[in-house]
Design a protein around this ligand. Structure first.
Ligand code: CTP
Ligand code: MG
Length: 609
């Protein structure tokens, strides 16, 4: 069995997540301005506490707010209500109550669905709001109270985003805007912690000390709206339970299969059980897939109530420390996250990254490449320190040992870091992006590895095309999957991007100036350019363009003629083709959704308020 389910080994890890710091977090902001950095654990604990104070309720529409608010506030005081819709356009409200006790009180007055034999009720923080038996009751909502968000997790439409980017003054502004408009927002984070809470509540019935921690881009500060949710289940002894005075010990169940990772190992066997639980007992979990033969076995599923794709594992606690490390680097300088977002978006646009696993680079190693670039010495100093430096500043309280004795010790409190060791250059985002491309256009990928531990290129230990050292397990290469061809493409694309930006510095602002030229998908560039010719007032509804009768009638295009008719016709045909593809894809997705829909228990709409 993996160390995960053995007792005691992770008490240090556990301790770091058990401290109730949320008040401290708020107090410190006001009472001690010299401490400008908040610890990752404080932020995580605040989010976990928020989730314990919250419930998610499915409703009929956003106008159910007053009735839901009135009904719930009979039982407990409400702090805020957030509205969102999932991918199937069903409506939900996340209610944050004043205290955790409030949630317990509300849960006590919940009912459950008893009608169908195939529906077994289960307690979890995901509920639905039944229509009142009689309509006599009226609820008063204080005039000061309204929804904190409406449609709170909608991803910004590309056309709107590109229009906003077009109207920016500088490329640095564009990069900042891209970050602000696409990063995972507050409600997105709340919902991810709600899913972790739900899994934890349900798994607790099987594992005495179950704690489910989000990690990866949901918490490391580099997540965009709609990013996947990486979760790890830990089952470590609490500090209280590990006291030497406790002589009565629960009998345990030893799992055959030993501690080895991958298929047949104990953690894979536990995941088989959890997979069945997700399928049978966890409301919202759908389309469960088991990837158990991997080095880190995982369960993949969709959470249809929280509109998130979930990856669940139970051995990868170092992933949480990795997220902490990334989060800290992102906090050290305000340029780190916008720069990383621009690079990630560019990589998607040129097809270097792809949501499916394969022989290409993924967002995580790409982020390490950005951090490594920012660790390079400049005339005025460093923007980011190396991990080695953070390790050298660590104290006793920073010691963390994860599974398989992985040492995850590094300085946690960034307030202790000497100011001259980070944020020491004046370059704006635009300059940094150009320098990023130039740096990697000249990087010796053949001989050198990228190591954020050292902050300087190190010798490659083997001949793999791309070598990016795993900061917490330095013997591992996080980009070992990348093929020779993909690495060549990476080199080519960074050179192209550098040329493109350099050429632009000399030229005048075109309709795809600055970041736009880098982040628009190559295939849609012609289309976007056409739509933008002569500026935004010329933008036409995409739908109008695709009406079939528009193609035969030339009168519609006459008012837009700055290009030749044949050019426009060609572009419109390309557009139609790409829309057809999108439509076909959507049809396929719809089919997939309805499959998912039939797999999960769907609440009858007419019963929901
Ligand atoms: N991870 C790792 N080693 C890898 C890949 C991933 O340690 N080779 C850890 C990292 O902490 C990473 C997390 O697992 O952040 C989740 O991986 P993944 O979902 O691939 O990346 P994210 O950072 O979450 O980015 P994305 O938004 O693409 O999901
Ligand atoms: Mg992820």
């Amino acid at each position: 069995m993996s160390v995960f389910f053995q007792t005691g080994k992770f008490c240090i890890f556990r301790k770091s997540f058990n401290n109730p710091f949320c008040n401290l977090l708020l107090l410190r902001n006001y009472s001690d301005p010299s401490k400008k950095f908040i610890k990752f654990n404080d932020v995580v604990e605040q989010r976990r506490a928020e989730a314990r104070r919250s419930l998610v309720v499915q409703v009929n529409s956003e106008s159910s707010f007053s009735e839901l608010y009135g009904y719930c506030s009979k039982y407990a005081p409400i702090k805020d209500v957030y509205h969102y819709r999932n991918t199937e356009k069903e409506h939900f409200m996340l209610i944050e109550f004043e205290t955790e006790e409030n949630v317990k009180e509300v849960l006590q007055v919940c009912s459950s669905h008893q009608k169908d034999l195939d529906v077994m009720p289960i307690q979890s923080p995901f509920l639905w709001f039944k229509a009142a038996a009689n309509n006599k009751e009226t609820y008063k909502v204080p005039s000061s109270k309204s929804l904190a968000t409406k449609d709170g997790i909608t991803v910004i439409d590309d056309d709107i985003l590109f229009e906003e980017l077009l109207n920016c003054e500088t490329m640095s502004n564009q990069m900042q805007l891209l970050y602000e408009r696409t990063k995972l927002n507050d409600l997105g984070i709340r919902l991810r912690f709600m899913v972790a809470r739900q899994f934890e509540v349900i798994f607790k019935s099987l594992y005495a000390n179950a704690v489910v921690h989000p990690f990866g881009s949901s918490v490391n500060g580099f997540g965009k709206m709609g990013c996947d949710l990486d979760l790890v289940l830990t089952n470590d002894l609490t500090e209280e339970m590990s006291g030497a005075g406790r002589r009565l010990v629960f009998q345990e169940k030893r799992v055959e299969g030993g501690a080895r990772a991958g298929g047949g190992g104990a953690s894979a066997r536990q995941l088989e059980l959890l997979g069945a639980l997700l399928e049978l007992r966890v409301p919202g979990a759908a389309a469960v897939r088991r990837v158990l033969a991997a080095r880190v076995p995982i369960l993949k599923c969709a959470h249809v109530l929280a509109a998130a794709s979930v990856d669940l594992c139970c051995t990868n606690t170092s992933g949480v420390y990795m997220s902490e490390l990334l989060w800290m680097f992102g906090s050290l300088d305000p340029r780190v996250r916008p720069l990383t977002f621009a690079v990630r978006r560019w990589a998607t646009a040129v097809g270097l990254t792809n949501p499916h696993p394969g022989r290409w680079i993924t967002n995580f190693p790409l982020t390490l490449m950005v951090l490594f670039f920012l660790q390079q010495k400049r005339k005025t100093g460093f923007i980011l320190p190396s991990v080695r430096f953070l390790v050298s500043k660590a104290g006793k309280q920073d010691i963390r040992i994860a599974e398989e004795n992985i040492n995850c010790t590094f300085l946690r409190d960034l307030n202790k870091l000497p100011q001259e060791t980070y944020g020491q250059c004046e370059e704006d985002l635009e300059t940094l992006l150009l320098q990023f491309f130039e740096f990697y256009a000249q990087f010796d990928f053949q001989e050198k590895a990228i190591s954020i531990n050292e902050g300087v290129p190190v010798r490659k230990p083997n001949a793999l095309p791309l070598y990016i050292v795993n900061p917490l397990e330095q013997a591992l290469n996080v980009s070992r999957n990348v093929s020779y061809e993909e690495c060549e493409r990476l080199k080519l694309e960074v050179r192209n991007a550098a040329w493109q930006l350099e050429a632009e510095l000399e030229g005048k602002k075109e309709e795809d100036w600055g970041l736009l030229g880098l982040i628009e998908r190559k295939g849609s560039r012609g289309l976007k350019k056409l739509l933008r010719v002569g500026n935004s007032h010329r933008l036409v509804s995409v739908k109008d363009l695709f009406k079939d009768d528009d193609f035969t009638s030339d009168t519609n295009t006459k008012s837009h003629q700055t290009k030749s008719d044949t050019e426009i016709e060609k572009s419109v045909k390309e557009m139609k083709q790409s829309m057809d593809n999108v439509e076909k894809k959507e049809q396929r997705m719809k089919f997939k959704n309805s499959q998912i829909a039939s797999e999960v228990f769907r609440i009858r709409r007419n019963k929901i308020v």
